[in-house]
Design a protein around this ligand. Sequence first.
Ligand SMILES: NC(=O)c1ccc[n+]([C@@H]2O[C@H](COP(=O)([O-])OP(=O)(O)OC[C@H]3O[C@@H](n4cnc5c(N)ncnc54)[C@H](OP(=O)(O)O)[C@@H]3O)[C@@H](O)[C@H]2O)c1
Length: 331
Amino acid sequence: MIKLGVIGTNWITQQFVEAIQTLQEYELTTVYSRKIETAEEFATRNGAKNTVTDLEQFFNSDDFDTVYIASPNSLHFEQAKLAVENGKNVIIEKPAFSNQRQMAQFQEILAAHPEVKFFEAARNIHTANFHAIEKQVNEMDTISGAEFTYSKYSSRYDKVLAGEEPNVFSLKYAGGALQDLGVYTVYDAVTLFGLPDEVAYFPKLVNTGVDGKGTAVLKYVEFVVTLNFSKMSNSEMTSEIAGLKDFIEIDDAGEITEVSYHNDESKRTVIGNKNLDNPMLEEAADFAKVILAPDDVDNQKLYRYWNQLSINVNKVLYNLRQDANIVFVNE
Ligand SMILES: NC(=O)c1ccc[n+]([C@@H]2O[C@H](COP(=O)([O-])OP(=O)(O)OC[C@H]3O[C@@H](n4cnc5c(N)ncnc54)[C@H](OP(=O)(O)O)[C@@H]3O)[C@@H](O)[C@H]2O)c1
């Protein structure tokens, strides 16, 4: 049984907790919040026994062995570091870290604590629908390019328009569209095609200094992948992976609910449409498998693969941001 502590009490933590509560492998034991009232309210709602407002006390606790971190991006590194140093497995929301220096330092800390596991919660690549895409890509003779789109107007952009600076649109908290919805599209590309040779990023900056939306271009040896993501506009544009005459159609690069394959004769076949009530269930189940059987050879292989993916995605995100001269506070 995995005993879970959580950091962050927003809706995403609620969704993760609802996912783990449908699985037998987890038990929520401990809730950290900056305010005791918030911690208690979250704990009562979800049946957790312990509440803490002091981060050091939280990580010193024996009440849990794994922490789920869903704080603003710029806090991830220090919190994850503390977790590993205190022997806790870490499930950390995307993007795990804000730059390559943090990722490299974190990998060193992780290497010094081999009993501890680290997972970046990139929910899209753990879904059955994404696995259907992977399988189809492997079966296609040629890949000639791809476009991934994930655009959703954020209610917090209303606040930006009103002159405020919510964390997700803040340079101080390592926000912006690339660091948020963009991460899923980078994960799509890097998981399917590996590290690109060159990257370029064309953002639309908003008043707070971060990118509200943007187009990223990833150049591979044989083809180019274009990523479109936005938190300041909506889109229903599908995503596609092109072969020669054939292609894969994906309804949404971040929330994949239907995947179909159009063959050389233009025949469309749905190859993935598994939709669970909770989009975080599949990743939570994947992480539990590895945490509970760390010596299993297949699990070790998967774990190394996810860790390397996280390193590669971090590198692409960083290089894209460098290309657009977006600099976070205190970098
Ligand atoms: N996987 C997904 O689908 C998904 C969806 C949304 C977000 N995310 C990720 O989840 C993480 C959190 O995103 P969010 O939008 O929920 O962030 P957020 O609302 O800005 O903050 C999340 C939590 O962190 C704490 N917090 C807020 N401001 C803080 C501050 N200034 N200093 C310290 N703690 C602070 C709050 O908890 P307390 O008040 O209890 O301390 C809050 O509930 C991000 O990494 C984001 O990318 C993932």
